[in-house]
Design a protein around this ligand. Structure first.
Ligand SMILES: N[C@@H](CCC(=O)N[C@@H](CS)C(=O)NCC(=O)O)C(=O)O
Length: 204
């Protein structure tokens, strides 16, 4: 199996962390593939018409995407039923937490494109302000309503921990730790897991 994409993408890192957590770290080849929102990457386009990273290529040459599906695919291949629990109540709590972490990542990546990639002068201030409000609402919700769930190791906790790492890396000015000590403690502890250490972002 191959996973294409750069670990700076929180979506890519979530899948590689998942591969390590389910014991497939040695079976998954991680290949760095750069993408630009304004250009087609021919190699990726052959596996996915959407062309966003991550994409997993199976041993049979099929493309599996997006990150949520890849995380589930890896759990399935490994026979792991703890990262996505079977039990209905736990399952949908974990999957909703994963959606919250990935929704936050969507906002953070889009904000980064707007600020760092979009040509100067074309930024949309109202959208940027709404996006910061959305990200702060997500941080507040994680602080107040998800601490019980964040105590486990599953796709929800992975999505949140990786996204917070991305926010630190790209959007440090957001100061998400301020007034959110429980979320900060969660991130500090989760970042010590070997899966997170092996995929840690290095400043370029
Ligand atoms: N919903 C997708 C989002 C993936 C995504 O947004 N990837 C970004 C990098 S972080 C990308 O490939 N951007 C290139 C583009 O927009 O063309 C997932 O969960 O995998």
């Amino acid at each position: 199996m191959k996973i294409y994409g750069d670990l700076i993408s929180p979506f890519v890192r979530m899948t590689v962390v998942t591969a390590h957590e389910v014991g497939l770290g040695d079976k998954v080849q991680h290949l760095v593939e750069a993408v630009k929102p304004t250009e087609v990457n021919a190699k990726l386009a052959a596996l996915s018409p959407i062309g966003k990273i991550p994409i997993l290529e199976t041993d049979h040459g099929h493309g599996v995407y997006d990150s949520r599906v890849i995380m589930e695919y890896l759990c399935h291949v490994a026979g792991n039923s703890t990262l996505i629990p079977d039990d209905g109540v736990k399952r949908f709590r974990v999957l909703t937490l994963q959606a919250l972490g990935q929704g936050l990542a969507d906002s953070a990546v889009a904000y980064r494109y707007e600020v760092g990639v979009r040509p100067q002068g074309l930024q949309w201030q109202e959208w940027m302000s709404r996006t910061v409000t959305r990200m702060n609402a997500a941080f507040d919700d994680l602080e107040s309503n998800w601490q019980d769930c964040l105590a486990g190791v599953h796709v929800g906790a992975i999505a949140v921990a990786v996204t917070l790492g991305y926010v630190d890396f790209r959007l440090g000015d957001l100061n998400w730790r301020q007034g959110r000590p429980k979320l900060a403690a969660f991130h500090e502890a989760f970042a010590l897991r070997p899966s997170m250490v092996k995929t840690a972002l290095k400043p370029k």
